[in-house]
Design a binder for this molecule. Structure first.
Ligand code: GLN
Length: 448
């Protein structure tokens, strides 16, 4: 714990943390030592970890990267972090993120961007929205971190920082006490240094929770045992639709290399088709803002967080929300409100839901032919801070390979697989059947 606190202090310029909880960490480490002395060793006993600032932590400021939550300090603990505490976690602090997890570069945070430790001569983004999580893990400030993924926010930052990130099946991790972005897509998961560390963290984070109506009442397997097992005979699908126009050559080359590694490990490679892939990104950018506009209606300056007094009630709402929300969040609220409004609902929201069903069906068909699917995680390596921030469409394209699994609720992992021509990390993604994280972990460790 002391070594990691030192690393956190040395790494301050990366802006990976929004708040430090070093005193708490020391207390937790002491309590952990005492348990250990009695022979009680939890799954995460004494492990110095950090938490994305989207998870409510009792008595510790939780702001979701937004000004609107002000100094909100929850009186309760999210189910995911409660599980981890019960398993012996030592929490070093709360990690930076895009505001309300909306973004792909950590540049929409009200607390300034987190920086990728792989920076060369200029500051690079760590990806987003779990940019602080990825940056802190990659810079050895913590052994692992919690993250969340609504459209790629665990996997894309993992790819940008040479770390491992898994989004499990929708419903594996309870959403209770995690600040909501788009409830039908949001899933928690870990970012870690190795596939096995990610498996151990996910074992702790997962589990049935009656407080979340979409939580799945299923056993949590010992995924860490799957890591390193043979993948001989495993059928790996390669979806032709993921070869997109303008795909950088090095991303294609990395994907081809991944195929070779899979073959060498004894897997069988099967070409597959996911024909509705091209509609996934537009559908996601209708469904996610729609749900966000509804979830964010609660920030009205009345109950918690920021309040900017106005002339009357409506004016107070308006001033609070204008001052409290950043530009990207306001953009999402406007898009979401528009696509849900009378007269546009059928044309946008309903249509996006239909696309979503087609995407689910595409995967169902694919599972007849293969057991896991291999794709690139993101269409590029980490880019410079500021490069894409003024062009939302460019920014949204980052999620092209990741949003499909959120729309279909499937598990997906990103594993570091190589470096680009500038020496920056690139990841490959493996997607599995619903609840089959075991195969995903097995196949991912063959790429390590
Ligand atoms: N980049 C996507 C977005 O901005 C995904 C974010 C996420 O997964 N939280 O919506």
């Amino acid at each position: 714990t002391e070594a990691h606190i030192k690393a956190c202090e040395g790494g301050k310029k990366l802006n990976a943390f929004i708040s430090d909880t070093h005193d708490l960490a020391r207390e937790q480490a002491k309590a952990s030592d005492a348990r250990r002395a009695k022979g009680e060793v939890g799954l995460l006993e004494g492990a110095p970890l950090a938490v994305k600032d989207l998870f409510c932590t009792e008595g510790v400021k939780t702001c979701a990267g937004s000004k609107i939550l002000g100094d909100f300090s929850p009186t309760y603990e999210s189910s995911v972090t409660a599980n981890m505490k019960a398993d012996g976690m030592v929490m070093l602090g709360k990690l930076n993120l895009d505001e309300f997890a909306m973004g792909s570069s950590n540049e929409t945070s009200a607390y300034g961007p987190a920086i990728n430790p792989w920076r060369k001569d200029e500051d690079l983004v760590p990806g987003g929205s779990s940019g602080g999580s990825a940056s802190a893990v990659a810079a050895d400030m913590c052994l692992g971190a919690t993250a969340t993924d609504t459209g790629g926010s665990i996997r894309q930052p993992a790819s940008f920082t040479g770390t491992v990130g898994i989004k499990p099946t929708y419903g594996r991790c309870s959403r209770w006490g995690t600040v909501a972005f788009a409830s039908s897509l949001d899933q928690a998961g870990p970012i870690a240094k190795t596939v096995k560390d990610a498996a151990i963290l996910l074992e702790s984070m997962s589990g049935y929770d009656p407080k979340d109506s979409t939580s799945l009442n299923v056993d949590v397997p010992k995924w860490s045992n799957a890591c390193g097992q043979s993948i001989k005979g495993l059928r790996i699908g390669i979806p032709k639709e993921y070869t997109i126009d303008g795909m950088p050559e090095e991303i294609q080359a990395l994907w081809d290399q991944g195929v070779e590694w899979m073959k060498a490990a004894g897997a069988e490679i099967v070409p597959i088709s996911l024909p509705h892939t091209k509609y996934a990104l537009p559908a996601y950018y209708v469904v996610a803002p729609a749900e966000a506009s509804s979830n964010l209606a609660r920030y009205d300056g009345m109950r918690y967080g920021l309040r900017v007094e106005g002339e009357d009630l409506a004016d107070t709402y308006e001033r609070t929300r204008t001052e409290g929300f950043g530009q990207e969040v306001r953009r999402r609220i406007m898009i979401g409100t528009y696509v849900l409004s009378a007269g546009y609902y059928d044309a946008y929201y309903l249509r996006a839901q239909k696309v979503r069903s087609r995407i689910v069906q595409d995967f169902e068909n694919a599972w007849q032919k293969c057991d896991a699917i291999l794709t690139p995680t993101a269409p590029s390596a980490a880019f410079a801070v500021g490069r894409k921030v003024s062009d939302p469409v460019q920014m949204y394209l980052n999620d092209i390979f990741t949003v499909t699994t959120n729309l279909a609720g499937l598990p997906g992992i990103s594993v570091p697989a190589g470096l680009d021509k500038n020496g920056l990390p690139l990841g490959l993604q493996l997607i599995g059947r619903a609840l089959d994280e075991e195969t995903v972990f097995k196949a991912a460790s063959a790429l390590e």
